[in-house]
Design a protein around this ligand. Structure first.
Ligand code: 8NA
Ligand code: MG
Ligand code: MG
Length: 368
């Protein structure tokens, strides 16, 4: 049982890394054909086979780089591990140091302004640079949600899951203060936490999983809606469900219906739920992907295991592929464990070894 949880911590963080690396090959393409996604995955397997047999091809020739999603998740994990608690200044410094060390990781167009602001030595309030983004409405991008999984593991390990909502909000507001960006990160954080609590031997009850998230989001959306009306402007609400006064709740209700449909059209998912860089247009999508793959066989991916189905299906939706895949994989890996992540994927994706170590260290916080 104990070993099981460790494998699920690793599954979540390592899963997020490989999904980011593979997903980034398709970022921005819409639509993406499932066959091209399958080809990328099978190339990894083939190269690994050749490499094994002949030992001729160095790993780095075929290595896939991680992007901003992983770069920032690593900082979240490292900061929580170093301080054994949330330290806003320390985490912000890790974000900016990481960015300035390697700015070419595919960061969002506007978040880099926040990094510049955070570097100002006279800065008094570490949340200020994020707050002034987009004329004071703050970013609603998915950059908060894409990095939140380590916070879920930290809260789980330290028995502080009751504080997960605040932790996810604090971690996110360092760069994203728009309610839609913050709520998206909270939703992803709860989804990872909930996945860690599922019985791995029992079939996933998608309805119950969504009901749990609905209960949380209903409360969050109705309370915060009154506090920050500026965050709830029409901006960034592209789809019909986005315009609902409680949009995450509305989308989760709709996803509950969609995942039960016999055949689920990719275009319908993209048009109704989304595949873009906004949190509202990607976090619910990641949850849909996880639940659909958990409860149904994805057409064309029948011979793949559940973790692979989750990642490959996420990427096939196109758009912000690395981020939707990384979020879905963090949830899926927390259920299936690291054993379901193909060895070839782990071998060729940059940052896997670090993710594994961080998962282990987070897990060990349990003993404290
Ligand atoms: P961000 O905070 O810069 O937000 C991303 C984008 O969302 C911004 O550049 C804006 O276009 C838009 N946006 C966010 N908030 C507002 C607002 N209040 N008003 C108007 N527009 C707004 O960056 P982030 O950290 O949230 O970005 C995360 C995503 O960007 C990730 O997918 C990451 O991988 C990266 N990325 C994505 C693509 C892609 O094509 N999908 C390409 C490069 C980078
Ligand atoms: Mg990225
Ligand atoms: Mg992305």
């Amino acid at each position: 049982k104990i070993k099981m949880t460790l494998s699920r911590f690793k599954g979540s963080l390592v899963g997020a890394v490989v999904a980011d690396c593979i997903g980034s090959l398709f970022e921005g393409y819409s639509p993406v054909s499932l066959s091209s996604v399958l080809e990328s995955a099978s190339n990894l397997e083939k190269n690994r086979q050749i490499q094994r047999e002949h030992g001729t091809r160095p790993a780095d020739t075929y290595g896939l780089r991680f992007t901003d999603d992983t770069a920032m998740a690593r900082s979240v994990a490292a900061s929580l591990l170093h301080n054994k608690t949330f330290d806003a200044k320390d985490m912000a410094k890790r974000f900016t140091d990481e960015y300035h060390k390697e700015p070419d990781r595919g960061y969002g167009f506007n978040v880099v302004t926040v990094f510049e602001g955070l570097r100002n030595p006279k800065l008094k309030d570490v949340y200020e640079p994020a707050r002034v983004q987009f004329e004071g409405s703050g970013s609603y991008g998915n950059g908060g949600a894409m990095r939140i999984a380590p916070a879920s593991l930290f809260a789980f390990a330290t028995d502080k899951s009751s504080e997960l909502q605040d932790l996810a909000s604090d971690v996110t507001r360092l760069t994203h203060t728009n309610a839609l960006g913050v709520h998206g990160a909270i939703l992803e954080a709860f989804a990872v936490d909930q996945s860690l609590r599922l019985e791995p031997e029992t079939a996933v009850d998608a309805g119950a999983f969504i009901d749990f998230l609905l209960e949380k989001m209903k409360k969050i959306e109705t309370i915060d809606a009154d506090i920050s009306p500026k965050s709830f402007s029409a901006k960034g609400r592209k789809r019909k469900l986005d315009c609902h006064p409680t949009p995450y709740t509305a989308k989760l209700e709709r996803i509950k219906e969609l995942i039960n449909e016999d055949s689920l059209d990719t275009r319908a998912v993209v048009e109704e739920i989304g595949n873009d860089v906004s949190a509202l247009g990607s976090v619910p999508t990641a949850i849909l992907v996880f639940l659909r793959a958990a409860t149904k066989s994805i057409p064309g991916l029948e011979d793949k295991n559940k973790f692979e189905q989750t990642v490959l299906y996420a990427i096939s939706l196109g758009g912000d592929t690395d981020t939707i895949a990384t979020m879905a994989a963090a949830i899926a890996g927390a259920l299936y464990g690291v054993e379901q992540i193909p060895e070839a994927w782990q071998y060729y994706c940059e940052g896997v070894a670090d993710a594994e170590i961080m998962a282990e260290r987070l897990y060990k916080l349990k003993a404290l």
